[in-house]
Design a binder for this molecule. Structure first.
Ligand SMILES: Nc1nc2c(c(=O)[nH]1)N[C@@H](CN(C=O)c1ccc(C(=O)N[C@@H](CCC(=O)O)C(=O)O)cc1)CN2
Ligand SMILES: [Mg+2]
Length: 284
């Protein structure tokens, strides 16, 4: 059994982005810029936003934070997004989710210029992913693929089971596995015989949002288990969707929480921002 080290792979990705950013600066005197928008004071969102700004510093990007109060109106938020769409020194716009309940996240995402949508949440980018002709990939699923590549884990012809069908993770995750010729099943709360379906998986991706949901009897011997969960256990400790301690010995590879998929989400965001900058400047 091997534990997939997301921190290590993420650091490698960021180092590649840093080198390319240096090159961009040398050749064209251009520095990629990312705008990070956070509304309200959700403590987890604050941590993620800080980590994104830190990552920008590491790779040599400019970052701008727009921290808006929880009572911000839909109109105010849309106005900010529209302003950022036209800012020349901003190549990527990221609105941290979840937004406070009174705000319509769909409308906000659709207001982002697709060329600056470094989360790849906009319908135009989602459509391009479906067609396999994309500029950006959504950060978490693309981070998972990067981990599989980094550990030379083949997808072609494998039984891939994704638990969860969110627009952010489950659905695009299935699509990316399909692009690499995996045989993909997406499970959800109405799936019958879920444990049986999961036991078929050579690659099992858990993105349900329920702490320690995946138990040992749902995992085939030698499976690759990827845990996208970011949950809290009964003691309030950070854990994933996989019952790691009881599952790990059945796996060939497994991702831990923390230190697995989470850091990959942020390094993919750096890749996307660099790509957005290059595309907007007609480079490559
Ligand atoms: N606009 C977006 N909103 C959200 C996204 C997203 O990709 N775009 N994803 C998640 C949150 N998220 C990034 O925004 C994210 C979550 C977790 C991590 C991470 O590195 N986690 C660490 C543990 C951190 C901790 O101690 O709490 C780990 O797993 O090691 C990074 C990014 C929802 N919103
Ligand atoms: Mg809402």
């Amino acid at each position: 059994m091997q534990i997939i080290d997301g921190k290590k792979v993420s650091a490698e990705v960021k180092e590649r982005v840093r080198q390319q950013t240096l090159q961009l600066k040398n050749d064209y005197n251009i520095t990629p810029g990312l705008a990070v928008v956070i509304v309200g004071d959700d403590p987890a969102s604050r941590v993620y936003v800080n980590n994104k700004k830190k990552a920008c510093e590491v790779v040599g990007f400019k970052s701008e934070e727009y921290a808006l109060p929880a009572k911000t109106t839909q109109e105010e938020l849309l106005d900010l997004v529209k302003t950022l769409n036209t800012k020349e020194d901003i190549n990527g716009i990221l609105v941290q989710l979840p937004l406070p309940k009174h705000l319509d996240d769909k409308a906000v995402i659709e207001a982002i210029d697709p060329k600056k949508d470094v989360d790849a949440f906009h319908a135009v980018n989602v459509g391009k992913i479906m067609l396999g002709e994309y500029d950006f990939l959504p950060c978490t699923p693309a981070g998972v693929m990067e981990m599989l590549h980094s550990y030379d884990i083949p997808v072609e012809g494998k039984e891939c089971v994704v638990i969860g069908r969110s627009n952010i993770v489950g659905k695009p995750m299935g699509m990316l596995l399909l692009h690499e010729n995996g045989t993909v099943t997406i499970c959800h709360s109405r799936t019958k015989n879920l444990a049986e379906v999961c036991r078929r998986a050579d690659i099992l991706v858990a993105a349900v949002g329920i702490p320690k949901f995946v138990k040992a009897d749902m995992v085939k011997d030698g499976a690759v288990v990827i845990d996208v969960g970011m949950d809290r256990d009964e003691n309030g400790k950070l854990c994933g969707d996989v019952d790691f301690e009881n599952v790990k010995d059945k796996c060939s590879f497994i991702t831990p929480v923390p230190g697995g998929v989470g850091p990959m989400t942020i390094s993919t965001l750096m890749k996307n921002t660099l790509k957005a900058c290059k595309l907007q400047n007609n480079i490559e």
